[in-house]
Design a protein around this ligand. Structure first.
Ligand SMILES: [Zn+2]
Length: 231
């Protein structure tokens, strides 16, 4: 397609990359796998000549040592090359209370902002199952974030100097592939949040202060995906 691309590593994928036989004590294999994968992508990306975003996927609280190891690799790379090894990382603390989720995100973002590394955070729940994380029995209400909650996140993260962040809000999106009609996307939730936050921070109507992330698009209606993109 000769277009920019995004390559991301999950924790399980990272461990696989290092080799299943390697001991993953304290996530050593997952850290080494993600780092080696990043170098591989960087080397091959030069051959394609398109911009590549290097990202890591869902990192729950129990995986934070993996995240720490990746940040150390980013900082080492930054010292040598003036940019982090990865473009950005995702922290998914959506299973924790929102206050704790935000507090941990702010703490990490302060560190990441110093090396121009972006943070993706998640609130609410992405339904379905991916890489061993199963939310198939989630309370349907939790699949939809509220504008007030998204604003709470935005307000805290926007305060971090030089920080760059994206928000994976829940609008009914589900991991996995489903028959059409089984996933009910509500992009209006994202639209309403943009409007609510723009008003709160005094930006003109129609502006979109939040950079949203969309997880789990497979099997969704093309019309809904296009509408979500507009938000
Ligand atoms: Zn996801």
């Amino acid at each position: 397609m000769d277009a920019p691309i995004m390559i991301q590593f999950s924790s399980g994928g990272s461990q696989f990359y290092a080799g299943k036989g390697l001991d993953n004590k304290e996530f050593h294999a997952a850290i080494a796998g993600a780092v080696s994968g990043a170098y591989h992508v960087r080397a091959v990306a030069e051959q394609y000549g398109v911009p590549v975003i290097l990202h890591t996927d869902h990192c729950a609280k129990n995986l934070l040592p993996w995240f720490d190891g990746l940040l150390e690799a980013d900082e080492r790379y930054f010292e040598l090359h003036g940019e982090p090894l990865f473009s950005s990382h995702m922290l998914d603390l959506s299973e924790e209370p929102l206050e704790e989720n935000i507090e941990i995100c702010v703490k990490y973002m302060e560190r990441m902002a110093k090396i121009n590394c972006g943070l993706e955070m998640e609130l609410g729940i992405t339904g379905g199952e991916e890489d061993g994380v199963n939310n198939e029995d989630a309370n349907p209400e939790d699949l939809y974030s509220k504008p007030e909650e998204i604003y709470q996140v935005y307000e805290a993260l926007a305060k971090v100097p030089n920080g760059f962040f994206t928000i994976a809000a829940a609008f009914g999106n589900v991991h996995g592939v489903y028959q059409p009609g089984n996933v009910v996307l509500k992009p209006k939730i994202l639209e309403a949040a943009q409007k609510y936050i723009a008003e709160k921070i005094g930006e003109p109507e129609g502006s979109k202060p939040v950079s949203f992330v969309f997880h789990g698009g497979s099997g969704s209606d093309l019309k809904d995906i296009r509408e979500a993109r507009k938000c």
